[in-house]
Design a protein around this ligand. Structure first.
Ligand SMILES: Nc1nc2c(c(=O)[nH]1)N[C@H]1C(S)=C(S)[C@@H](COP(=O)(O)OP(=O)(O)OC[C@H]3O[C@@H](n4cnc5c(N)ncnc54)[C@H](O)[C@@H]3O)O[C@H]1N2
Ligand code: MOO
Length: 401
C-alpha cells in the first residue's frame, strides 16, 4: 500500500488545526446542542425560597402531635397563600395558613399537611394526621445552591441544561461559535438537481448528503457548490472562501485520472499537502492539505467513499475544531449476523447496522459508488487487511456513525 494508516491520517489532520475559541452569545431558545463557552455558576438558590410541595395547611408540627381522625386537632386559619404570593403573618401556637403547592411557607411553620388529611376548614381547620418537623417541606436551594457550578465549559447543552439555565433567570448564554464549512463537489459530469439529465452526466449527491450530515453534526454550512473540473476556477474559489470558513471539504478528482484535478488545485494554491492516500477502502485516494492555516480535506467522488471517509476523518476534524463531545469516534465490538464473502486484501470498511452488540449487513451492493444500501446503516465494520471473508458469528469491530 502506498498510503498512510487511517489513525495516522486522523492524527495528522487533528494536529494541523486549532480548536475554535470564538464565543458568541445566543438566546437560550437556540442554545440546545451548542457547546458552552463559559462555566455557569448559579446566581440564585433554586427554589429561591422555602416552599410547599402540597395543597394543604402550613403549620407547626408540635401543635398537631397525636392528631388522628378519631382525635382531630383544631387550628385557627389566619391567612391563605397561593403560589406566587406570600404572607407577612407569622404562624404562632395553634395557628395555620391555608397554602397551595409552590407557595412560600410562612414564618413559624415547619411542615405542611395535605388538605386530604383535614376537614378543609376556612376559619378553623381540623387536622386528622400527625406529621413531623420538616415533613412536606421544600427548602430554599435544595435543588440548586447559589454559587455552585451548574455547567462546565465545553459541555454540550441538552434540553435539561436549558431548563436549568432558564431556572436561573438567564435569557442568553455564551457558546462556542459553530464550525463554518464550505463544500465543493467537483467533476464535469456532476450536475445540480432540477436540470435535465443529459448523456454522461449524473446528479450531485455528495454535496447535499454531506451538507445534511454537517447539519446533524451542528455545523454551519456556509457554502455548498457544484464546480466542474476547472482547476483554476476551483483554486480561485477556495482562495476566495477560505477566509470565511474553518474548513473546506471537496469531493471528486483525487485519484490518478487525467481529470483528477485536486492535485493541481493544491499546487495552484501552494497549499501544504499533508497526505494523499489512506490505506483503506473506500476512499483510498483522499488528500489532505492545509491552506491559509486551514484544513482542506478532499474526498473521493464515489458517494459511499465520500460519506465513509467524511465520517472517519472529516468528523474527527470537526471534533477537534468545534469540540462537540458527541463527535468523538466510538468503536464497539460486535458479532456479525451475516456473512461477507469478499476477500479484503487491504483494510476495508463496510456499511452495516449495529444493534446491541450485533451487527447486520444491509441488502444491496457494497461498492464505493453505491449509496442505496446505506439507508438505515449506522456503522462501518472495520475489516483487517488480509481477511479472506467474514462468517456469521465472527467478532468484528465497528465504528459507530
Ligand atoms: N487507474 C485507477 N483508477 C482509479 C483508482 C486507481 O487507483 N487507479 N482509484 C479508484 C478509487 S479507489 C476511487 S475511490 C476513485 C476515486 O475517484 P475520485 O475521487 O477522483 O472521484 P471521481 O473520479 O471524481 O468520481 C468517482 C465517481 O463518483 C462519481 N461522483 C463524483 N462526484 C459525485 C457527486 N458529487 N455526486 C455523485 N457522484 C459523484 C463520479 O461520477 C464517479 O463515478 O477512483 C478510482 N479510479
Ligand atoms: O477507495 Mo475507492 O473509494 O474504493 O473506490
Amino acid at each position: 500500500m502506498v498510503g498512510i494508516e487511517l489513525e495516522l491520517a486522523i492524527n495528522l489532520i487533528c494536529d494541523s488545526v486549532d480548536s475554535i475559541k470564538d464565543i458568541e452569545e445566543v438566546s437560550i431558545e437556540k442554545a440546545r446542542g451548542r457547546i458552552i463557552g463559559e462555566d455557569i455558576i448559579a446566581p440564585i438558590n433554586q427554589p429561591p425560597f422555602d416552599r410547599s410541595p402540597l395543597d394543604g395547611y402550613a403549620l407547626r408540627s408540635e401543635d398537631i402531635v397525636g392528631a388522628s381522625k378519631e382525635n382531630p386537632i383544631k387550628l385557627k386559619v389566619i391567612d391563605e397563600v397561593f403560589a406566587g404570593g406570600y404572607t407577612h403573618k407569622e404562624v404562632k401556637k395553634q395557628e395555620t395558613v391555608r397554602i397551595m403547592t409552590g407557595a412560600k411557607i410562612p414564618k413559624g411553620c415547619d411542615c405542611v399537611i395535605r388538605q386530604e388529611s383535614t376537614d378543609y376548614g376556612m376559619e378553623t381547620v381540623e387536622i386528622y394526621e400527625e406529621i413531623k418537623h420538616h415533613q412536606n417541606y421544600c427548602f430554599e436551594g435544595e435543588d440548586i445552591q447559589k454559587g455552585s457550578k451548574l455547567i462546565e465549559i465545553g459541555e454540550k447543552l441538552t434540553h435539561v441544561h436549558i431548563g436549568i439555565i432558564a431556572s436561573m433567570g438567564y435569557e442568553k448564554v455564551k457558546v462556542i461559535r459553530k464550525t463554518k464549512v464550505a463544500l465543493i463537489s467537483t467533476g464535469d459530469e456532476v450536475i445540480c438537481g432540477g436540470t435535465p439529465l443529459t448523456e454522461g452526466k449524473i446528479y450531485d449527491s455528495n454535496r447535499r448528503m454531506i451538507a445534511a450530515r454537517l447539519e446533524d453534526l451542528g455545523c454551519d454550512v456556509v457554502i455548498a457548490e457544484v464546480m466542474g473540473d476547472d482547476e483554476n476556477l476551483i483554486a480561485n474559489e477556495i482562495k476566495a472562501i477560505m477566509d470565511n470558513v474553518d474548513v473546506v471539504f471537496t469531493t471528486g478528482g483525487v485519484s490518478v485520472g487525467k481529470k483528477d484535478i485536486m492535485h493541481q488545485v493544491i499546487q495552484i494554491l501552494d497549499a501544504k499537502r499533508i497526505f494523499w492516500r489512506v490505506n483503506m477502502k473506500p476512499g483510498t485516494p483522499a488528500i489532505y492539505a492545509v491552506y491559509k492555516n486551514k484544513p482542506l480535506l478532499c474526498l473521493s467522488g464515489n458517494p459511499f467513499a465520500a460519506i465513509a471517509t467524511f465520517e472517519l476523518m472529516g468528523k474527527q476534524l470537526l471534533y477537534k475544531l468545534g469540540q462537540d463531545p458527541d463527535l468523538k469516534e466510538v468503536r464497539k465490538e460486535a458479532i456479525l449476523q451475516d456473512e461477507f464473502l469478499k476477500a479484503s486484501r487491504g483494510r476495508r470498511l463496510i456499511r452495516a447496522i449495529y444493534d446491541e452488540g450485533k451487527v447486520y449487513l444491509p441488502k444491496g451492493g457494497h461498492s464505493s459508488g453505491m449509496l442505496g444500501s446505506m439507508v438505515g446503516c449506522n456503522c462501518l465494520i472495520d475489516i483487517k487487511p488480509g481477511t479472506p471473508k467474514l462468517d456469521k458469528g465472527d467478532k468484528v469491530q465497528v465504528v459507530l456513525l
